[in-house]
Ligand binder design. Structure first.
Ligand code: PMT
Length: 419
């Protein structure tokens, strides 16, 4: 690999359950400045989709040695020459056997025979399979031929048993195969020197000293965005409602409970913010009259008068010389229509729309979103929120740069806090 170029990695994915971790692995490799070309075996397609891998890697996924169109773009021999490294993760017992025997029935094995690049494999299989003498013999043969064998790790397995055979975690694989990031190789971090504020989690609105109104937000999406913005070089302020997940390292955080507290914390710190992202699920209403003592259940029916909370996102978007403002739209129906409505009505630069309810969006590890801005849109299929956050931060950084050249935002009257 030359000093100024990006590392070019062919990621071969074979058919094991650990394939579900590969979008995260690709994301981490790209964070380290690598270009990743995915080659998927037929059985791997049972565990992870081409759509997800293409979205995360940014390159069409290669699956077939006999695909004329793909071969016309970059034939398998060119692909084998292109690579600085071939990484196979997860590597099943089957691929190890094929590599050890030199058989080449498909694109991945053919590439491995044709490449001069180093090959690393991250085995993943049931612990009894791993200790099988045939597998161990193949492992030894591959190691003797110079293949790097990464792991496997010892621990709980998808089959419910425990022992050696788990694929190494994506971070550990990345550390093993990539060089330390050199600024000259990957260019400056896209948000270096920028201040990013992110709201996350739910808000809670008390109705008496022991009860409150809230929602199902876990904070996972907002916290992942904060970590990705930090990784992109930004100084990050995370303003979070009550969430039961660890705060990301290296970000400043402010904990709040109610929407009005969040509003106050946002405006107390907004002055130098370049990019604002509203991922919090902010309560739309608070109780008009918070009872000083616990409400007794003496009546058959109980009515609570609710008063609208200030809209934090709108208030930021309306600031004179305010930040590039990105909202979220959590919808149970008519995603496009409602998201566009919010983009316009709240005077936003961008909106990230997700369907929620029925097991989607809230408190899940995965999310699928559609992002809209005034001149375009992009869809991100279902993927881990951490991976998605990395993709969203890249897109936000791109659009932010464009906005600096063409600032067309309308200035609207500001909004005051209502009580
Ligand atoms: O936290 P997780 O469990 O990971 O779930 C993630 C998520 C579903 C909460 C997240 O992806 C998401 O959709 N966040 C926004 C939820 C929401 O409140 O959506 P909304 O359509 O009701 O609000 C639109 C926008 O206005 C949001 O950016 C919201 O932060 C903002 N808003 C809303 C009301 C208010 N009073 N002030 C605001 O700033």
């Amino acid at each position: 690999m030359s000093c100024m170029s990006r590392q070019k990695i062919i990621l071969g994915i074979t058919g094991g359950i650990a394939a579900y971790k590969t979008p995260e692995l690709i994301r981490r490799l790209k964070d380290r400045g690598a270009d990743v070309q995915v080659v998927l075996t037929r059985s791997a397609r049972e565990f992870v989709t081409e759509t997800t891998l293409q979205a995360v890697s940014g390159l069409p996924v290669r699956t077939n040695l006999w695909d004329k169109e793909a071969e016309a773009a970059m034939g398998h021999i060119e692909l084998a020459r292109w690579a600085d490294l071939v990484l196979i993760a997860p590597a099943t017992a089957e691929i190890m056997a094929r590599l050890a025997s030199g058989a080449a029935p498909d694109l991945l094995t053919t590439l491995c025979l044709a490449t001069g690049a180093p090959i690393a494999i991250a085995p993943a299989m049931n612990h009894v399979m791993w200790s099988n003498p045939a597998v161990q013999e193949n492992r030894q043969k591959l190691a003797d031929r110079g293949f790097r064998i990464l792991g496997p790790a010892d621990g709980d397995q998808a089959c419910g048993e425990s022992g050696p055979g788990r694929m190494l975690e994506p971070d550990d694989i990345v550390k093993a195969v990539t060089a330390p990031i050199a600024v000259a190789e990957v260019g400056p971090a896209p948000l270096a020197g920028k201040n990013v504020m992110i709201t996350a989690g739910p808000t809670i609105e008390p109705i008496d000293p022991v009860r409150f109104i809230s929602n199902r937000s876990s904070g996972k999406m907002g916290y992942a965005l904060a970590a990705s913005a930090r990784d992109a070089g930004a100084s990050v302020i995370l303003i979070s409602g009550p969430a039961n997940i660890p705060l990301p390292d290296g970000v400043d955080s402010i904990s709040v409970e109610s929407a009005r507290e969040m509003f106050a914390a946002v405006h107390a710190n907004i002055d130098d913010v370049d990019i604002f992202v509203g991922a919090a699920a902010v309560g739309d209403y608070h109780a008009a009259d918070v009872k000083p003592e616990k409400i007794k259940k003496s009546h058959e029916n109980l009515s609570i008068t609710l008063v609208k909370n200030p809209d934090i996102l709108s208030s930021v978007a309306r600031l004179k010389d305010g930040p590039f403002t990105v909202g979220f739209a959590a919808e149970t129906e008519n995603l496009h229509e409602h998201a566009f409505g919010k983009l316009e009505n709240k005077n936003l630069d961008m909106i990230v729309a997700n369907l929620v309810g029925k097991g989607r969006g809230f408190d899940k590890d995965d999310n699928a979103v559609e992002v809209f801005w005034h001149e375009g849109e992009r869809a991100f299929p279902l993927m881990n929120k951490k991976t998605l956050a990395g993709e969203l931060v890249t897109l936000i950084a791109e659009r932010y740069q464009v906005s600096l050249q063409t600032d067309t935002k309308t200035e609207l009257p500001s909004i005051a806090v209502r009580d």
